[in-house]
Design a protein around this ligand. Structure first.
Ligand code: T3D
Length: 265
């Protein structure tokens, strides 16, 4: 097991799985610029690390992530200034959200508690999610007069449909874990104590899989949301050409012929 120390994160790699734990539990792991930067750096390191075949993002304590740390925002407004929130988003969130999308390795969100604001954006930017039964998703933005950001306006209508997206964004009511599963936002809900092991087991399953095929499936599924049938059929054909060149296919076919489980490199 390899463990890396950061100011705002815990990062550990075990059995092909790198787990990044947001670690500011006293504020439900709210984002600071330092946490944004450390998360981005950790994702970059995991992408390059051959020992990492799948990632888990989770939170310390009872929250997953309460979004942007708002503790200094009121002071700025009270001082008569208006912060350039768009610039902050471009600088602190967009690089890491783009990195998650481009990451060829599977990213599993282990949503251990409330995911609010940009924390919900982070959760939805994971490729798939497993949730604690005590978790919830809150589009908290309108409570402070803001607009969903950090990828939420992109992800929400695509994942739950426009009608539910309006409801979640305008009413800002918590979406409970069971409802998140019902809407397809999470694969399953487990008791809180069972979440770390359940996430590790699912991530290890992904880590044992054919890495090239997984990376190509990720590209295809995201492309599918932006394209039409004709273009997607052509893209599938292209992806399959690429997949066929990976050694995983030989191993998969050999294992199938020998009636054993494949051992993907
Ligand atoms: O600003 C920009 O750069 C633009 C970018 C915006 C992106 C965004 O994410 S905007 C949205 C920011 N997030 C929120 O508005 C959520 C704020 N938090 C809440 O609504 C609630 O805390 C929760 C619904 C998430 C959880 O409620 P609850 O009752 O379980 O916990 P709590 O008691 O409210 O919070 C526990 C502690 O965490 C508390 O501190 P204390 O009293 O124990 O010392 C609370 O102040 C702190 N905390 C929670 N959220 C944040 C926070 N501290 C700083 N920033 C937060 N976002």
């Amino acid at each position: 097991m390899v463990t890396m120390a950061h100011e705002t994160l815990l990062v550990e790699t075990r059995a092909g799985v790198t787990t990044i734990t947001l670690h500011r539990p006293h504020v439900l792991n709210a984002f600071t610029a330092t946490m944004n930067a450390e998360l981005d750096q950790s994702l970059k390191a995991a992408e390059r690390d051959p020992a990492t075949r799948a990632l888990v993002i989770t939170g310390s304590g009872r929250g997953f992530c309460a979004g942007q740390d708002l503790s200094t925002r009121l002071e700025i407004f009270e001082a008569g200034e208006t912060p350039h929130l768009g610039d902050g988003l471009r600088r602190n969130y967009h690089p890491l959200l783009r990195r998650m999308r481009a990451m060829p390795k599977p990213i599993l969100g282990a949503i251990n508690g409330v995911a609010a604001g940009a924390g919900a954006g982070l959760a939805l930017a994971c490729d798939l999610r497993i949730v604690s039964e005590t978790a919830s998703f809150v589009q908290a933005f309108v409570r402070v007069g803001l607009v969903p950001d950090a990828g939420n306006l992109y992800a929400l209508p695509r994942m739950v449909g426009r009608g539910r997206a309006f409801e979640l964004a305008w009413l800002a009511e918590p979406l409970a874990a069971a409802d998140a599963v019902r809407l397809g936002l999470a694969v399953r809900a487990v008791p809180p104590d069972a979440l770390p092991d359940a996430a590790q087991a699912l991530a290890e399953q992904l880590a044992r899989g054919p890495a090239t095929a997984y990376a190509l499936i990720k590209r295809g599924l995201y492309r599918s949301q932006e394209t039409d049938l004709a273009e997607m059929l052509e893209y599938e054909a292209l992806l399959q050409e690429v997949a066929a060149h990976a050694p995983d296919v030989r191993e998969g076919l050999a294992a199938s012929g020998e009636q054993r489980a494949p051992r993907f490199a």
